[in-house]
Design a binder for this molecule. Structure first.
Ligand SMILES: [Zn+2]
Length: 60
């Protein structure tokens, strides 16, 4: 089974064999693999936005 990172609790989630679903046994998160990828993409985007915002705030 494939391992993935849970976007909810950041523990280890599992991708099913057909690569259609992601499930986390830690917090009960489940999503289709497609929407999981979208979620992770959005999180990466948010993180880099925050990073940029912090840079801007620091005044350099
Ligand atoms: Zn979880």
């Amino acid at each position: 089974m494939l391992k993935a990172k849970c976007p909810e609790c950041r523990n280890e989630a599992v991708v099913d064999e057909e690569m259609t679903k992601v499930g986390c046994s830690h917090c009960g998160f489940t999503a289709s693999y497609e929407s999981y990828l979208e979620t992770m993409k959005g999180m990466a985007q948010n993180m880099s936005d925050d990073y940029q915002a912090n840079l801007d705030k620091s005044g350099f």
